[in-house]
Design a protein around this ligand. Structure first.
Ligand SMILES: Nc1ncnc2c1ncn2[C@@H]1O[C@H](COP(=O)(O)OP(=O)(O)OP(=O)(O)O)[C@@H](O)[C@H]1O
Ligand SMILES: [Mg+2]
Length: 595
């Protein structure tokens, strides 16, 4: 329970940063809503007593008039309050959601990839996203609502205590079992759902295959939908049966609780009846006492039922708070050194670099890796799948830091270099590149905020990436909007998208260009020309190129052969061929297959 209050406090503080005034108004209106029914009942009781008095002695007609007027006002007032709540609440909700959405987008954009890839983060976001950031509003809104119930409970307690202490005790005892049921079983439903986190992840993963054209197409071709639906059904069935047995237990307890309430209600009514008989309670007050007694139990019940929901919402907001509190794993050191290699690229050295994705596993993706890249060199990295090539460049981009060993840039440890200024020196095309749904020219020019949009340079970059020929054939050429989801948009083929992505890297004109299989989806003709372009880049540009096609990397200044996270051979093509080692073997296999 204390976790709920901690989260609630934090949510309210967070919300009041953006919407303090409306939040206060909502709380005040909630309190008013709580008190009004009791005032109505109280004054109606008074009206009954005034009517009886008037009937017996003919006095107090003015009092009756006043009471009627007051009752009319008290009956209309809740409607007015409701209208006000609706009005304030709509704006409140919109602004809270808007600010939260922006806040978390900003937060996620500051997180490093190592954090985002981690299992803990993935689990956290998966849970958090089940309800989205909108859960904050739901949480606060239910809390405001329940604040109203709480006030109702307190007010009815006061009234009962004021009328008769014994009634107060009966009301309390009569409601206690029901409270216990709510508290106990409200938590358990959440418990099951939270416990099944692994199953839930599987559920969302399988369901994910039913979204998106690519996933759906493949799933249909492999006739996988039946299997996935079956798996989803099993997860839901399991949850369902656990829930059902829980609900059955709950039902039995609820019936017992109701029985207890009935007994104490009987005692309460008997008490009211006796007080009236003794002349200690006029008829109107009798009615008021009875409605308050019932009101107390009703409101208390609603209060605790809501608490169960609130606990659930609190857990979801808790996930978002956890995301809020995450500290990046890749941090900028305090006195980080800003760099700019626009004129001369730096010498890069890997010194005994080792790295594991999972610190608990024995498997190293890079193991004691050492090599040097001189300023302006054109390097090729080759090796079998899973050898560690992509990992190596991720470390160079400081997506991750080495576990042991050092990456030196002009002799300085990469960790001592300002992260932003380092990444500004890099133009990277990853194996899994992104495509942007923008006009082609922007999809290319986004990579270089320093130049902005320079159409001449965009066209040059497109030519270098062998993208200009197909762009010229698009209906709107360089203004062509990409992605069919937009009106007048078009979809490109995978190879075309890869060439746009490559043009984006060229447009960046970075001192260090890193390309991870940049032509994996490109035809052989374009590929050859792209490699020639890369080799022809001036001496003030370092190029690191990963490729599986040996024929295209023959002319590199240096070839690194990676195997099992280590460099097993390095040197120029001719030298490696005479060495007749792994490189020569792989090269010959490929060359033979083309004959
Ligand atoms: N995000 C990750 N989390 C955990 N392990 C990973 C991750 N990425 C890669 N690995 C593991 O690290 C090893 C090296 O992977 P890497 O992607 O560097 O290979 P690669 O040489 O680029 O292969 P390919 O030629 O297929 O692209 C592999 O065994 C892979 O399973
Ligand atoms: Mg790779």
């Amino acid at each position: 329970m204390s976790k709920v209050f901690k989260n609630l406090k934090r949510s309210i503080l967070f919300a009041s940063k953006y919407e303090k005034k409306r939040l206060v108004i909502l709380f005040i209106l909630a309190a008013i809503t709580a008190v009004l029914p009791y005032m109505q009942n109280g004054f109606f009781g008074k009206l009954i007593d005034a009517t009886i008095a008037y009937k017996t002695n003919g006095a107090g007609i003015q009092n009756i008039f006043n009471l009627v007027l007051l009752l009319i006002t008290l009956t209309i007032l809740p409607n007015i309050v409701n209208l006000l709540v609706g009005f304030v609440d709509t704006t409140f909700r919109f602004n809270i959601n808007r600010n939260l959405e922006l806040f978390f987008l900003k937060k996620i954009s500051t997180l490093d990839i190592a954090t985002i890839e981690s299992d803990a983060y993935q689990q956290l976001t998966q849970k958090a996203n089940e309800r989205g950031v909108f859960i904050f509003y739901t949480f606060i809104d239910s809390a405001v609502d329940n604040f109203s119930n709480l006030i109702g409970v307190i007010v009815s307690l006061f009234i009962l205590g004021f009328i008769d202490k014994t009634l107060l005790i009966y009301a309390f005892l009569g409601s206690a079992p029901a409270l216990y049921v709510q508290l106990r079983y409200g938590r358990d439903v959440w418990w099951i759902w939270d416990l099944n986190s692994a199953n839930r992840r599987k559920f969302f993963n399988r369901r994910g295959h039913f979204n998106g054209i690519t996933a759906l197409t493949e799933m249909k071709l492999y006739q996988l939908s039946k299997r996935f639906i079956h798996e989803i059904k099993r997860i839901l069935d399991d949850f369902d049966s656990e829930l059902e047995s829980l609900e059955k237990n709950k039902l039995i307890w609820e019936i017992l609780a109701l029985l207890a309430f009935a007994i104490f209600l009987g005692l309460g009514v008997w008490r009211i009846f006796n007080l009236a008989l003794l002349g200690l309670m006029p008829i109107g007050l009798m009615l008021f006492a009875y409605t308050t007694y019932r009101g107390f139990k009703g409101t208390l019940n609603v209060f605790f039922r809501r608490m169960a929901n609130i606990t659930e919402w609190s857990n979801y907001t808790g996930y978002w708070f956890n995301i809020m509190d995450i500290k990046p794993q890749i941090e900028n050191s305090e006195n980080a050194h800003k760099v700019n290699f626009a004129h001369t690229p730096p010498k890069i050295e890997f010194v005994n670099v080792s790295f594991r994705y999972d610190k608990n596993s024995k498997k190293y993706s890079l193991k004691n890796l050492s090599f040097t890249i001189e300023s302006g060199e054109k390097i090729a990295i080759v090796g079998l799948s899973g050898a560690g090539k992509t990992t190596l460049i991720k470390l160079l981009c400081r997506v991750y830091d080495p576990e042991t060993g050092h990456i030196l840039v002009d002799g300085k440890d990469l960790r001592q270099i300002d992260l932003d200024s380092w990444q500004e020196q890099l133009g990277v095309l990853f194996q899994d590149f992104s495509s942007y749904e923008l006009p082609v020219k922007d999809a290319i020019a986004v990579s270089n905020p320093n130049i902005g949009m320079d159409l001449k340079k965009v066209k040059q970059a497109a030519q270098m990436a062998k993208a200009d020929s197909f762009i010229e054939l698009l209906p709107k050429k360089y203004d062509q909007l990409l992605w069919k989801g937009f009106e007048d948009g078009v979809d490109l083929s995978k190879g075309e998208r890869q060439r746009v992505a490559l043009a984006r890297v060229f447009y960046r004109e970075s001192p260090i260009t890193i390309l991870d299989e940049p032509t994996a989806s490109v035809d052989a003709l374009a590929e050859q020309e792209i490699f020639e372009t890369l080799e022809g880049l001036p001496a003030n540009r370092t190029v690191i190129l990963i490729s599986h096609r040996f024929s295209t990397v023959k002319n590199a200044d240096k070839i690194l052969v990676v195997e099992h996270g280590q460099i097993i051979e390095e040197g120029k093509h001719a030298k490696l061929m005479t060495k007749a080692g792994r490189y020569a073997e792989l090269y010959t296999i490929q060359a033979e297959s083309y004959k």
